[in-house]
Design a protein around this ligand. Structure first.
Ligand SMILES: [Zn+2]
Length: 341
């Protein structure tokens, strides 16, 4: 399932990606499991534990997705206890109250445009055109409160500074809960880069021609995989293809070889505030690989059809495996830098 909360999923068709359990919960928890192994025995491990209390890093990795179902129109109630196993650790009255408080402060304060999602849902992605070679805020599909802006705000709070508006992260604990998830999302290529298409299914460049809302493919959500049902069970879009991870990538399969690969990831230098944009630029390059060789039908209703070439799953899995190692290693490096002692 691409969408954590189907009601929210049905609402948005025009602009930006819908609420996603990116990587599903498994991918997020796999990356966090790698992180936990890489910070074991360091001061960062103790600081993370002090902030998260009864939640593990792997629990925390889905907190920001579990919070997505809480809405003002249902009185900020948690809508679906028991529905998502990965959200179970957050389904206590105290944790639900904490998520609801976060949603209250991060719901409309960014003044979403018509058709845009609520603010905290926009924190999970950006939508840079594939024609760009890197992430720069100001490009079509970016905003001050996209995934890069939200991660920078969370890092600031963990450095003891206030969050940058419009993000409202009230404490280092809340900033960490958000950050653990967003590092995972940032390494899902379709949370960063996407195609913009005309009605004939040809690429357009929104930074050259101006952003036409009809050209937005919502991070691949509007790209229906040809040969799958249009809706219901078995229905697939390109975003879902990239959110899914195979059974062998689930957290219990994090083994010595995968950890060794993660330990090979070069450490980042300079200010951590610069790291999210740098990592986004790399994910954008992976998004370009994800779109290689794809052809699109003319637009039908709100969607285009996309045919996946032979061998596409294997190509995608190789990228996912590497991206999960990168996400796990980079979060570990970030936590070690933020919590050196
Ligand atoms: Zn997310």
């Amino acid at each position: 399932m691409r969408h954590l909360f189907a009601a929210a999923a049905a609402a948005a068709t025009l602009t930006l990606p819908l609420p996603a359990l990116a990587w599903r919960s498994d991918g997020h928890q796999t990356a966090a499991t790698i992180t936990a192994a890489l910070i074991k025995g360091t001061p960062a491990e103790a600081r993370v534990k002090a902030l998260l209390g009864d939640l593990t890093l792997a629990d925390a990795a889905v907190w920001a997705d579990c919070a997505k179902g809480i809405k003002p129109d249902s009185g900020y109630r948690y809508p679906s206890p028991g529905r998502y196993a990965s959200c179970a650790p957050m389904e206590t009255p105290e944790h639900i109250a904490e998520m609801a408080d976060y949603v209250r402060r991060n719901f409309r304060q960014c003044h979403p445009h018509a058709g845009e999602e609520d603010c905290h849902q926009q924190y999970h992605y950006t939508d840079v055109a594939l024609q760009r070679s890197r992430y720069i805020e100001g490009f079509a599909g970016t905003s001050s409160h996209d995934i890069v802006g939200a991660m920078q705000a969370a890092i600031r709070v963990l450095q003891g500074q206030p969050a940058t508006a419009p993000m409202d992260f009230k404490s280092p604990r809340e900033a960490l809960l958000v950050l653990v998830h967003l590092v995972g999302d940032l390494h899902e290529p379709l949370h960063v880069g996407t195609a913009y298409l005309d009605t004939q299914g040809r690429y357009v460049d929104p930074d050259k021609t101006g952003l036409d809302p009809d050209s937005v493919t919502t991070g691949g959500n509007s790209l229906h995989v040809a040969g799958t049902p249009l809706t219901g069970p078995g229905s697939l879009n390109l975003h879902t293809v990239w959110d899914l991870v195979p059974e062998t990538f689930k957290p219990r399969h994090v083994d010595a070889a995968w950890l060794a690969q993660a330990r090979q990831v070069p450490p980042d230098g300079g200010s951590p505030l610069d790291w999210p944009a740098r990592w986004a630029s790399e994910s954008l390059q992976q998004a370009n690989v994800a779109f290689e060789g794809l052809a699109f039908s003319p637009k039908q209703g709100a969607n285009w059809d996309v045919g996946l070439p032979r061998g596409y799953d294997a190509r995608a899995d190789a990228i996912k495996h590497r991206q999960l190692a990168l996400a796990g290693a980079r979060l570990a490096g970030l936590l070690r830098t933020l919590f050196p002692q």
